[in-house]
Design a protein around this ligand. Sequence first.
Ligand SMILES: Cc1cc2nc3c(=O)[nH]c(=O)nc-3n(C[C@H](O)[C@H](O)[C@H](O)COP(=O)(O)OP(=O)(O)OC[C@H]3O[C@@H](n4cnc5c(N)ncnc54)[C@H](O)[C@@H]3O)c2cc1C
Length: 501
Amino acid sequence: MAQPIKNIVIIGGGTAGWMTAASLAKYVNQHATITLIESSDIATVGVGEATIPNIVQFNHNLGIDEVELIKATQATFKLGIQFENWTKTGGSFFHPFADYGLRIDNVDFHHYLQHANQLGGKHQLDEFSFACQLAQRGCFAQPHTHPSSPLADYAYAYHFDAGLYADFLKKFSKNLGVKHVIGTVEDVSLTADTGFIDYVTLTCGSQYHGDLFIDCSGFEGLLIEKALNTGYEDWSQWLLCDTAIAVQTTSTSEPDPFTRSIAQTAGWQWHIPLQHRTGNGYIFSRRHQSEEEAKALLLANIQGTPITTPRTIRFNPGRRKQIWNKNCIAIGLSSGFLEPLESTSISLIQTAIAKLLSFFPDMSFNPADIAEVNRLHNSELEQIRDFLIMHYTLTDKNDSPFWLDYQNIALPDGLSHKIALFKSRGHIAMYDNESFEPSSWLTFYRGYGITPKRIDPRAQAVPADVLQQRLMQMKQSIATAAQGALSHQAFISQHCLAEKE
Ligand SMILES: Cc1cc2nc3c(=O)[nH]c(=O)nc-3n(C[C@H](O)[C@H](O)[C@H](O)COP(=O)(O)OP(=O)(O)OC[C@H]3O[C@@H](n4cnc5c(N)ncnc54)[C@H](O)[C@@H]3O)c2cc1C
């Protein structure tokens, strides 16, 4: 029988490194020692403050108390993302972590909605989502506990201070026995026969041997790329943005319970409200706008006073060809990066950790396990990539060379197929390993004004008066519940910051 893994070495102490350390400490600490090495000379990327709902489960599984986490990381709640100026007419729409309405007789709700509007109704999709209604009012509530309630059909995530989150998990991991080493890896030694990583050498001369190495070293991919030459697949033909300028500001108003994404000349601007400050940034294409122009545009469009110097971060949208190569797994930016439009990067850290735990190796490093993790990760990433491409290509926005170029991009086949199905019959096709629900795709199809040519005949069979009455009742109950909700700030103050008696 193959020997178990006894010694795990993680390189990198950013969000990826500490999330991985915390999970391994929780689940495999009894069998293996875990050492995390981070450089004090190489900074973390310092962004990554908006999440998607699986972060709630991640922390919960670790046994972390939500209120404690919110206090420690200056977190706010996130119901979704408001997309502003993403259409030709400058309109805005909201992408909630939520369903719309309820399926009736196994037919998606949006078919009924379209039918009702064809009959003269004036219903908006977001009137049938409690999360959208909360967001519109700047309110927050936890999902209803009764699963069939329209007030239960949504999830939430957080905005948090990335540095504070890493610190929180550092403390958590060290309490569970993770060894923390401050030092810069200077050299990576491979075994002569297998090409596996044998040990790393720090600038101070110390050597750290490992059975399993986790590369959380950021964009550079110190182990997965520099040492193992795994290769990188460039996706810049589809994802044109390749640079970010980030700046933190003081807050000027109560925090929104959502991220704002504002389309700009050569990309989009983010606005992430935390309790103590606001994160801002502009993601743009260097091929379409100079860094100086981009910086000026960002600074002209922020509220509040800058409290940091604007920082430029360049990236190459794409993925590492394999996240697991020999005895090394890349987690976080070392595994690739698309762009932060839907805040998927921290979620990908989580799902990579989940795969590592499901296929946790022994010293035989079964090639089938490695191939499966790579297959699952690759298909997950391709679905996210297509979801992001759809944001840019489905819009009719054409007011600058950047947006015009997007109008002429050849779509991946799977994405063309999905869009064609929605346009023809309102069908929302889903592939394996999708990170986003059909309702997320619907948000953008409808947000960009796409109306299917045909709808499900079962929806058309419902008598007009019955249908209109049902929809009115549904949206009224949602609106009434939203009117009674606490403002986001009041919710945080009462439920998260108030001292317990
Ligand atoms: C502009 C931008 C915006 C983003 N926004 C979001 C968002 O809203 N939501 C989201 O989910 N994600 C977002 N991300 C992604 C998110 O920031 C990252 O996924 C997350 O921070 C994890 O980064 P990391 O830990 O992999 O790398 P890093 O933070 O870069 O950490 C790398 C670590 O490796 C260490 N290291 C490097 N080299 C060595 C060495 N030689 N020896 C020892 N240690 C070394 C460094 O010291 C550091 O501790 C964004 C990314 C960018 C670029």
